[in-house]
Design a protein around this ligand. Structure first.
Ligand code: 5AD
Ligand code: SF4
Length: 471
């Protein structure tokens, strides 16, 4: 018997086929293809979702354009911090004006922010020109929602609270021909007390290892050499499958796939990063020597209130074990400043960890109060000017640390995945090292998408200038 996911994918494909005919007729009449534009906010999960929607739009017969002056505009939203929300409203104001000029224009919004009731209500009342609103759980239904809007002439709103469905076999348009994100799991069960993600992305669901391997094999056959495995906490991958498997075991299986030369993943939670994973990374020739290991705070007291389930000492010990096994690993992190109740002592603990670890780079965030999370109602919110002052001090230390670790590989030759022609100087190519750092060097555009050996002549702080080596 076909399972429900396969049946749903079939149904959606049939709708895409119907729309395809409809759009071909329109093209014939109007003498041009309809255009679309997707504006994506937030993390790599959202980028991957946008690729899926773009794939459906292209199959229907739309062509992509790089401005919002298009027949169909979609905003794929993020809500992890307040400023992510504000960005959307700026764009919507602009889109509203465009729609006045082109009343046939369709405007859609999806993504994490649409999982929040208040945001949707706000859009319904203040931005009445929006045509389609959907959330994070039913992206696969996009063609059906578009069809409904075309038939009904009324706003279509379809937001699911959660889902157990995992539907993948639909069109999908990769931004790069040679690298791709691969979702291995959806949702999050961790409930860090500041974080909105578990509320907008739902409970944790792992994809079947067989399906993931099949997808990666297909990507490899299609010329993909680098994959980024995506999940909110990849360390808990596979725990809830009928036949449980660990993330490290999944990596070992992926390692065997011919054609895949680099494996990256995001994001591991420090609380359950296993020795098995460290050993797997150590013994692998394909897993990139980079770990993004969000610490959030260096204060064990705050980490407890944040519900992170590790201590400062535990984190530092983990870093020590990782470095012992993989000495040339590049470490990056996320840090929040100004979490409710953060004292100067707590903050100094954070500075201490940053000093001790010496991150290659760190994303630093001012705490943002997210309605619905436990931290939002905590009474001792930190004053803005205090948080801002700490933020500046932290940033300075992070930048000093990055400057110190930059240039570590100067005067060595390294493998580089060539990604594109340099945007500033068309004579140069730009590629990435295994540790994600950029390298610019002279070379032919035919090299884009391949892995080449480059001598790192000079470190420029956050990137290198290199020289292509003949093999
Ligand atoms: N305020 C500030 N930063 C946050 N992050 C998540 N929630 C918040 C919040 N409420 C940060 C964390 C996380 C990253 C993706 O965003 O550092 O690791
Ligand atoms: Fe990504 Fe979280 Fe933002 Fe959603 S809310 S786009 S999961 S960072």
């Amino acid at each position: 018997m076909e399972n429900i996911n396969t049946m749903e994918a079939k149904k959606q494909q049939e709708i895409i086929n119907v729309l395809k005919l409809q759009f071909a007729e329109m093209e014939e009449k109007e003498g041009r293809k309809k255009t679309f534009h997707i504006e994506t906010f937030g993390c790599q999960m959202n980028s991957r979702d946008s690729e899926k929607i773009s794939g459906i739009l292209k199959e229907i017969g739309y062509v992509e354009t790089d401005t919002e002056e298009a027949d169909f505009v979609l905003y794929n939203t993020c809500t992890v911090r307040e400023n992510a929300n504000n960005k959307l409203y700026g764009h919507l104001g602009f889109a509203g004006k465009l729609k006045k000029k082109n009343p046939d224009m369709l405007i859609a919004i999806c993504g994490c922010m649409m999982q929040e009731h208040e945001a949707v209500e706000n859009i319904k009342s203040k931005y009445r020109f929006v045509d389609i609103i959907f959330g994070t759980h039913n992206i696969f239904k996009f063609a059906e929602l578009l069809q409904t809007r075309l038939i009904s002439d009324r706003v279509v709103i379809d937001i699911w609270k959660d889902t157990k469905m995992i539907i993948e076999d639909l069109p999908n348009d990769r931004k790069y021909s040679f690298k791709s994100g691969v979702n291995i799991m959806y949702g999050c069960n961790n409930f860090c007390s500041y974080c909105i993600v578990p509320y907008v992305r739902g409970r944790e669901r792992s994809r079947n290892p067989k399906d993931i391997i099949e997808e990666i094999k297909t990507l490899a056959a299609d010329g993909v050499v680098e994959i980024m495995l995506l999940g909110q906490n990849v360390n808990s991958y596979g725990k809830n499958l009928d036949d449980p498997i660990t993330f490290a075991q999944l990596l070992q299986e992926i390692e065997k796939i011919d054609g895949i030369e680099r494996i990256r993943f995001m994001t591991p939670h420090p609380k359950d990063l296993s020795q098995e994973l460290i050993d797997t990374m150590k013994n692998s020739s394909k897993i990139c020597k980079h770990l993004h290991l969000p610490i959030q705070s260096g204060s064990s007291r705050l980490l407890k209130i944040m519900n992170r389930k590790y201590t400062k000492e535990g984190y530092l010990d983990l870093v020590r074990r990782i470095r012992e096994a993989i000495p040339d690993i590049s470490l990056t992190t996320d840090i929040i400043v100004g979490f409710p109740g953060e004292t100067e002592e707590d903050f100094l603990e954070t500075l201490d960890v940053v000093g001790q670890v010496g991150y290659d780079s760190a994303f630093t965030f001012l705490y943002s109060r997210r309605t619905g999370t436990p931290a939002a109602t905590m009474e001792n919110q930190v004053e803005d000017n205090v948080a801002k002052d700490r933020f500046d001090r932290l940033l300075k230390l992070v930048q000093e640390g990055s400057a110190k670790s930059a240039g570590r590989d100067e005067h060595t030759s390294q493998k580089v995945l060539v990604e594109e022609v340099n945007s500033q100087n068309p004579e140069l190519l730009t590629g990435r090292l295994s540790n994600n750092i950029l390298v610019h060097f002279k070379g032919d555009t035919s090299l884009i998408g391949s892995i080449v050996e480059v001598y790192l002549k000079e470190s420029k702080g956050f990137y290198y200038m290199g020289e292509l080596l003949d093999l």
